[in-house]
Write a protein that binds this ligand. Structure first.
Ligand code: SAH
Length: 349
């Protein structure tokens, strides 16, 4: 019989499951809190349930615990990069960023990625599989335990396309924000997408209070297609319309991520075109100087060019920040550590 992934179940599902084992339904809440608040790694540690029930659970369920393979700590800013092994032996990476306002964790949503963005290291070997809700959650639990502090913010911006693992993402959000679990506020959660339009609209219809970040990276359809294969499927204006729709449905300001690549999307003309494209929208632009990967020849613009780009947007009344590059000394960019670990030679020093 296939085992049940107990850490991926919501309380209602867990209650039904517990009932099928001939146990009282209230046991479910106790078990749920052991899993998601105390974050135990075995059923034997659940001291207020009977030994018999713990044995039944061990027999019938899997309890996802990620194993920490490696932690790299940045000397520059305290950023920590984790490499975790999944139960099936695949490895994923997650990042802890420490800010004045709290601890933020960036998680992976898939093993690899099939979106093919030209500048991204995570997609070079394609997609292996989506992560289960428990595997997404446990990245946060393990990091919280490691530092012994509360995690206040979560961004789904690591390896993978979260909207390509949609059902598991929704369940993850439900569990992460549940009052019987870690109880992170929806407002402190950001999901980043390369722009899968139907899923963006579906997410909007759920009317959650999470922040949607769109990886824009270009202000014209032509340039976007050159950088991001997904743009062949969903046209720029459709993507922008989906962002407008997200705001209408949720009242949440959308974030646009824009990786600046020297000589590709960083000119004054690009900035002017971007300002026009998103003018009047309730949004925020995050500029990220591209993080070079060895397989591609993309370069960062120099600092003056980055500032000029920012100024141009500000002159057009657009909210914009330059993303601080955290953990540059520890393979900070998506997928670089995992790839290096797997024997790749991608990460540029
Ligand atoms: N698939 C999702 C989330 C993961 S990528 C998405 O596309 O949004 C997280 C962000 O990092 C995206 O904006 C992505 O385009 C960007 N990114 C990936 N590789 C990068 C690199 N080498 N330099 C700068 N940004 C990069």
């Amino acid at each position: 019989m296939e085992k049940t992934d107990i850490k991926s179940m919501n309380l209602e599902e867990l209650s039904q499951f517990v009932a099928t084992l001939g146990e009282k339904r209230f046991r479910a809440k106790q078990i749920y809190q052991w899993l998601h608040q105390k974050q135990v790694s075995s059923f034997g540690e659940m001291t207020n349930i009977s030994k018999g029930l713990a044995e039944k659970l061990t027999e019938r369920c899997t309890l996802t615990n990620l194993a920490t393979e490696l932690v790299q700590i940045s000397k520059q800013d305290g950023t920590r990069k984790y490499l975790f092994a999944l139960p099936d032996g695949n490895v994923i990476e997650s990042v802890l960023m420490r800010y004045k306002h709290g601890n933020s964790v960036c998680i992976s949503s898939q093993v690899g990625c099939r979106m093919g963005c030209r500048f991204c290291a995570s997609t070079l070997d394609g997609l292996v599989r989506g992560l289960t809700p428990a595997e997404m959650l446990d990245q946060i639990y393990q990091i919280g335990k490691d530092i012994g502090e509360r995690i206040s913010n979560v961004v789904v911006m690591g390896t993978g396309e979260p909207l390509d693992n949609f059902e598991n993402l929704l369940k993850f959000i439900e569990l992460l924000t549940d009052e019987n679990g870690l109880h992170i506020s929806q407002r402190n959660l950001t999901v980043s997408t390369c722009g899968i339009v139907p899923r963006m609209r579906e997410l909007a219809d759920r009317k959650l209070q999470i922040t949607l970040a769109l990886s824009l990276h270009a202000s014209s359809q032509k340039k976007r297609m050159e950088l991001m294969p997904v743009a062949n499927k969903y046209e720029l204006h459709e993507v922008i319309d989906a962002c407008r729709y997200y705001f209408e449905q949720t009242g949440r300001r959308v974030t646009f991520e824009y990786s600046l690549v020297a000589g590709v999307n960083d000119t004054d003309g690009d900035a002017a075109e971007l300002a026009k494209l998103i003018s009047g929208m309730n949004c925020h632009v995050n500029l990220i100087p591209v993080n070079p990967i060895r397989e591609r020849s993309f370069r960062q613009p120099d600092h003056t060019a980055v500032l000029a780009f920012k100024n141009k947007l500000e002159k057009n009344a657009i909210n914009v920040t330059i993303r601080r590059e955290m953990g540059r000394d520890i393979d900070g960019a998506c997928g670089q550590l995992r790839k290096r670990y797997a024997g790749g030679t991608d990460a540029k020093e």
